[in-house]
Design a protein around this ligand. Structure first.
Ligand SMILES: Cc1ncc(COP(=O)(O)O)c(C=O)c1O
Length: 423
């Protein structure tokens, strides 16, 4: 056993030498200069391109050119059933049953679809509970749904905030807000892992509390899926949506996904429907009267986007080859190492120059660390970029580092610390 308190180069190299996933770095293409890949700590924004994505895409293009529409049934991997390759691995990653996961649309579209199914304001029980400073797309979804129901966002959107002088939400405050407003809340929809601070919420406790008052709970898992361990089914979460272009490496604007707990898999659950969610056995009879497919697939709307499925398929194959359990183990170690590198590098900084926004307790954070830099933050970000270390800048003064277990090494994290220390 070694301690991570002294994150030296030799410790980083030892950790890399012992890393069973070290070769997976070669499965990805990192942007860079002069043929060398930069150090890429932006898995929280757009994951890197797997080498094999091109080949998976070409397979679809070849089928299209040689078989045309016949590819739906006669391609080597028939398009009609292609989506079935995706739900299984994703279900493992988010802790769900395969029938509870569907790959479709994009994240914001899916948030709207889920709200159409699960936000039913009645009388004074009409409010949506969310976190203050939710991702803007989520805020616009809340705003437009409440207006659609003839309500105002000021009255119907209830935000829970960190306490004065704090950056993180306290679980006890979320639970207390639910209790205080139990007769007004129609839906709880929170970011399971906050994009700005990197805080993981106690989704299990929130779901339990909400259900004890008969309130539906959903999560936006854009920053959680493929990053942290989730148990959506066992926690009893009603629904969740996520994108697959961050930690899941399926490419810009990749196809999104949703989880709908099996308790809602009833034809009577309200939804906005399209023909691709229609009972597969009778879909092509093209008759009136919507009959949904049995599981989460019953929420599909449109003809499948096979090219987008292919990029997700490529990246999920890499995930499954690496193994979700091994990835979780490495993520924890890599993040602990990052934490000690960052705190060591900034140890001699003047007080008040910066704050770490992300929770200290590793249980409540994923791959990411967010720093609030009060002075010269943009200069730090630009300097790192100039020496080939790509990180993420959020106005006005937050820098985020997100080393991911699939393609980042301990030595890269060490080099980040050295670069900061030299500045
Ligand atoms: C937390 C969160 N929610 C929603 C979105 C919007 O996703 P999309 O543009 O795929 O609809 C993002 C995008 O980064 C996000 O980070």
């Amino acid at each position: 056993m070694f301690t991570l308190n002294n994150p030296s180069l030799s410790l980083a190299q030892q950790l890399d030498a012992e890393d069973p996933l070290v070769s997976f770095k070669n499965e990805f293409i990192a942007p860079g200069r002069d043929g060398a890949g930069d150090i890429y700590f932006l898995g929280n924004s757009l994951g890197l391109q797997p080498n094999r994505t091109r080949e998976y895409l070409h397979r679809i293009l070849d089928d299209w050119s040689s078989l045309g529409v016949e590819s739906f049934f006669h391609a080597s991997e028939p398009w009609m059933y292609y989506h079935q390759k995706l739900a299984g691995p994703l279900a493992q990653i988010v802790g769900a049953k395969e029938s509870e996961v569907v790959v479709m649309n994009n994240l914001t579209v899916n948030l709207h679809l889920m709200m159409a199914s699960f936000y039913h304001p009645v009388g004074k029980k009409n409010r949506i509970l969310c976190e203050a400073k939710a991702f803007p797309s989520d805020q616009y979804a809340f705003e437009t749904h409440v207006k659609h129901h003839g309500l105002t966002p000021e009255a119907a959107v209830l935000e829970v905030s960190p306490r004065q002088g704090e950056h993180l939400l306290r679980t006890e405050d979320i639970l207390q807000t639910i209790r205080d407003h139990k007769d007004e809340i129609a839906l709880i929809l929170l970011g399971g892992l906050h994009y700005y601070t990197g805080q993981v919420l106690d989704m299990e406790a929130i779901t339990r509390e909400a259900h004890s008052h008969g309130i539906i709970v959903g999560f936006d898992l854009a920053h959680a899926a493929g990053n942290i361990r989730l148990s959506l089914h066992d926690w009893g979460v009603d629904f969740a949506c996520w994108c697959n272009y961050k930690y899941l490496n399926a490419g810009p604007g990749a196809i999104g996904a949703a989880f709908i707990h099996e308790r809602h898999h009833k034809a009577s659950t309200p939804r906005l429907a399209g023909w691709w969610g229609y009972d597969a056995a009778t879909r092509f009879k093209m008759e009136k009267g919507f009959i949904p497919m049995a599981g989460a697939e019953g929420w599909q709307l449109s003809t499948p986007a096979i090219l987008l499925y292919a990029t997700l398929h490529a990246s999920l194959d890499v995930f499954m080859e690496a193994g979700w359990e091994k990835l979780n183990k490495k993520r924890r170690l890599l993040n602990d190492f990052l934490w000690s590198v960052v705190t060591n590098a900034f140890a001699n900084t003047q007080p008040g120059t910066l704050e770490i926004l992300t929770p200290t307790d590793p249980t409540w954070r994923g791959c990411q660390i967010s720093l609030l830099v009060h002075k010269n933050g943009k200069e730090l970000f630009e300097h790192l970029l100039s020496i080939g270390i790509r990180t993420d800048w959020r106005e006005p003064n937050v820098i985020r580092f997100a080393p991911v277990p699939l393609y980042n090494s301990f030595e890269e994290v060490y080099r980040l610390g050295e670069a900061i220390r030299r500045i």
